[in-house]
Design a protein around this ligand. Structure first.
Ligand code: MEV
Length: 326
């Protein structure tokens, strides 16, 4: 048996606009998905958590299975464990894909390869998202820490690799970077979950339709890109007030694009008075919001008073890793 895990993520700046090549910043969170793989002894088909694996129901698992093959081709039993809630904007499906890549690499006795896991998982996510997916979720889950995507190779950041993909007939390129940020010890990120499922593919499609029908609204994606760039520089400089302000501005543009929801707005309003900045995170339409705060307990309490579930997360959680077997 082998076991690998990968973290979820939250997006500090740039969701949706990043699909169209605008800059964005995400960081890993302290919730993870774990994949255990074992050779299937009893049945001659692949199994998923005790049931026959259905490729139609899990296209991204099927894609990864076809890309990282094991020599003997014997069926395997996949067990999924994890704490990242599904369809919450915290990258549970990207983390699952990345952890599966890591477990399959281990089964092949290959060295752990975060770059391969990031690339294969990106393709898998894109096919599940109707061909439109940035590599942000999968790269953050693979490499951990802070991940910046940009349309240019940025000075002052550590370049990882360039990824390209055709989106709506146009080729987009994302340059992936990471960096070490010194976050003041008294600043935390609080994640608040509405408990309402948001569909990433539906929200990405909704934005695509809006831009197709109203091409002038593309300016809002450019605005998100400009806010993201300012927010990333503020984070590098450790100016947390400016980071928070950019987060709130980013949220206002996301709301105008139509990807917020009444539940998200309620949690955001509750968290705002105790926070430096608040925004939805991920695809929206439900799912989670985040708050940058110096008063994390107060922020958690305010979100919970409004019926949300909240937790405090650290920055700099590790990316894909092999888990030791007990
Ligand atoms: C989803 O976590 C982030 C989106 O920007 C989609 C993507 O980047 O592929 C909404």
């Amino acid at each position: 048996m082998v076991k690998a895990s990968a973290p979820g993520k939250c997006i500090l700046f740039g969701e949706h606009a990043v699909v169209y090549g605008q800059p964005a910043l995400a960081c890993s969170i302290n919730q993870r998905m774990t994949i255990e793989l074992e050779r299937e002894e009893t049945f001659d088909t692949w199994r998923l958590d005790g049931r026959t694996f259905n490729p139609q129901k899990h296209p991204h698992i099927e894609y990864i299975r076809s890309q990282i093959t094991t020599e003997d081709q014997d069926p395997l039993h996949i067990r999924i464990r994890g704490t990242i809630p599904k369809a919450s904007g915290l990258g549970s499906s990207a983390a699952l894909s990345v952890a599966l890549c890591g477990a399959l690499q281990q089964l092949r006795n290959d060295p752990l390869d975060q770059t391969q896991a990031s690339a294969i998982s990106h393709q898998a996510e894109a096919s599940a998202q109707g061909g439109r997916a940035s590599p942000l979720d999968t790269a953050t889950s693979s490499f951990g820490g802070f991940v910046v995507l940009s349309d240019t190779i940025e000075d002052g950041l550590d370049f990882i690799e360039t990824r390209a993909m055709d989106v709506d007939g146009k080729t987009f390129q994302w340059h992936l970077h990471t960096f070490e940020a010194t976050i003041p010890e008294d600043v935390f990120l609080v994640v608040g979950n509405t408990g309402v499922h948001g569909s990433t593919s539906a929200m990405v499609e909704q934005v695509a339709t809006l831009i197709r029908e109203h091409p002038e609204r593309k300016v809002e994606l450019d605005t998100i890109g400009a806010i993201a760039r300012r927010g990333i520089h503020a984070l590098q400089e450790g100016n947390m007030e400016a980071v928070g302000q950019a987060m709130t501005e980013n949220h206002i543009v996301l709301r105008s694009l139509g990807v917020s929801s009444p539940d998200l707005e309620r949690l955001i309003r509750a968290a705002a008075p105790s926070s430096l900045g608040v925004k939805l995170t991920g695809a929206g339409g439900g799912g989670c919001m985040i708050a940058l705060t110096r008063r994390p307990e107060e922020t958690v309490g305010a979100i919970e008073m409004e019926g949300g579930r909240a937790f405090i997360t650290h920055f700099n959680e590790p990316g894909l890793k092999i888990e030791r077997l007990m």
